[in-house]
Design a protein around this ligand. Structure first.
Ligand SMILES: Cc1ncc(COP(=O)(O)O)c(C=O)c1O
Length: 348
């Protein structure tokens, strides 16, 4: 995903101009509109899942108004990023920014490969590590430092802090980013959240957090393999990190009814588009599972076959409208987790 050199202007200028000025300044309004139509048509066809996030310039996000973005996707056959496609696209489009990272990527992000493409076309590589920041901090995923001059993250996913965000950059881009954030976008600071983030970062620097990060991945790998054994179709066939994207097409149930049934069975996940989804984004074909929360509760690989069995049974029950089975599973989940209370919370 990218903002083009022509339309975005300087990276640091973006926060100070509104979308209309930005396009107008460059005198390319109609071309921008045509590109947006083409992009919307492509999104409609693919569903909102290349390997990215809405905030990387998707037309339905404000960022899609400010920037002209085009999306690379993943290969149909294996759900992986096709770096030849990314390179060809970068050579053709000459972007100012290339984003890597995203919201439903179950595999290791190859930062050096993205960096080499960005260098070739003189683009700024932005690594959005929102999902994997905790894994990186704990040494369970390679770091983008030294490859991406700008790194963005949320603080509330695997980093396990309060809802917030951070932007890290090299000295070259620091001033432009600071200006774009304030006064460009941000109001007053939320000091209580900043204090909470400081605590989370303190935790993330400990050896215990590194063990936590490794266990998240070990649990995800074990859960993925137990799901595959039960006949689930996983995007990319498995996972290298904390998340698993399950394509339910072959099961004959949409992601939304499955996720809602799993919720009633005491298992939290979200419905999610899969690559080249034939269903609509709000009623997609997949569910996205993650292991950070159950790892925090103290579950290990040994528990994952049971978790997979519950998921399997619950999806089956959803297909059959079998509420009694969902309630029974919810009871079993409660019973297991009674032995693994939330840290810092003593049940009465
Ligand atoms: C890859 C990625 N980037 C950015 C964000 C933005 O986070 P938020 O929705 O909290 O603004 C998310 C959140 O889902 C994300 O997954």
């Amino acid at each position: 995903m990218r903002a083009t050199r022509d339309e975005a202007g300087d990276v640091g200028d973006v926060g100070r101009q509104d979308g209309a000025d930005l396009a107008g300044d460059l005198g390319e309004r109609r071309e921008v509109d045509r590109a947006r139509d083409r992009r919307a048509a492509a999104e409609d066809q693919l569903g909102p899942l290349g390997p990215g996030h809405l905030t990387h310039g998707w037309s339905v996000s404000a960022t899609g108004t400010w920037f002209h973005a085009v999306q690379y996707s993943v290969r149909r056959e294996d759900g992986r990023v096709d770096f030849d496609e990314v390179r060809d696209m970068a050579r053709r489009e000459r972007p100012r920014i290339i984003f890597c990272g995203g919201t439903a990527i179950p595999r290791t992000i190859d930062f050096p490969a993205f960096a080499s493409i960005a260098r070739e076309v003189d683009a700024v590589l932005v690594a959005d590590i929102a999902h994997i920041a905790g894994l990186i901090a704990g040494g369970a995923h390679p770091s983008p430092v030294g490859h991406a001059p700008v790194i963005t993250t949320t603080t509330h996913k695997t980093l396990r802090g309060p809802r917030g965000a951070m932007i890290m950059s090299d000295a070259e881009h620091a001033k432009a980013l600071d200006r774009a954030v304030f006064p460009g976008l941000q109001g007053g600071p939320h000091n209580h959240t900043t204090a909470g983030i400081a605590v989370a970062l303190g935790e993330a620097a400990t050896p215990a957090f590194a063990s936590y990060a490794r266990q998240i991945v070990a649990n995800a790998v074990a859960l993925a393999s137990a799901l595959v054994e039960r006949g689930f179709d996983l995007v990319t066939g498995g996972t290298d990190n904390h998340l698993i994207l399950v394509d339910l097409t072959g099961k004959g149930i949409g992601g939304k009814p499955a996720a809602k049934a799993l919720d009633r069975a005491g298992i939290e996940c979200n419905y999610n588009a899969v690559p080249y989804d034939t269903r609509k984004p709000f009623d997609p074909s997949g569910i996205r599972l993650g292991t950070p929360a159950l790892t925090t509760r103290g579950l290990t690989e040994a528990h994952m076959p049971q978790v997979a069995a519950w998921i399997d049974e619950a999806v089956d029950a959803a297909i059959k409208d079998d509420e009694a089975t969902l309630s029974r599973i919810a009871g079993e989940v409660r019973e297991l987790l009674a032995g693994y209370p939330m840290p810092g919370w003593a049940p009465a």
